[in-house]
Ligand binder design. Sequence first.
Ligand code: ADP
Length: 153
Amino acid sequence: MERTLVILKPSAIQRELVGEVITRFERKGLRLCGIKMMQLDDDILSEHYGHLKDKPFFQRLKDAMMTTPVIVTCWEGLNAINVVRNMTGSTNGQNAVPGTVRGDFSMSMQENIIHTSDSEENAAIELNRFFRPEEIFEYRKCCFDYLYASDEV
Ligand code: ADP
């Protein structure tokens, strides 16, 4: 089983899409392992978006991510990182395929509703960045036997 991070950005909070987005991942069959609201600061965002530090929009992106608290979530499932990435859609909401979160709800490159981890390595780093170990919970979904065949898990 893989775990991945989804951040509901200020655009999700302000557009009142929190329930909508979480419902999509629940209905897909992913297990919610952790969820909390937090106010991000410049330090954690500089780490999180470190790969973009030389881009002209770096500070503007960080400022936008601090305009409201965000909701950080951890989801678990088979191949969860790719499954969630595919449900997210491409970075620019204008190009994202309909049916994806960004394809359905975003018109913007920056204001694109959610962040989702893009690799196994980054998922581990990012979950560790936003959650303490005791904030990630183990439990068995009662519908587990109807989410996967026995030879899949
Ligand atoms: P993704 O979120 O799809 O993995 P990136 O890691 O490339 O994409 O970028 C992180 C975030 O930075 C994007 O989700 C988006 O909010 C913002 N961003 C990326 N490129 C731009 C840009 N050209 N202008 C404004 N914001 C951008």
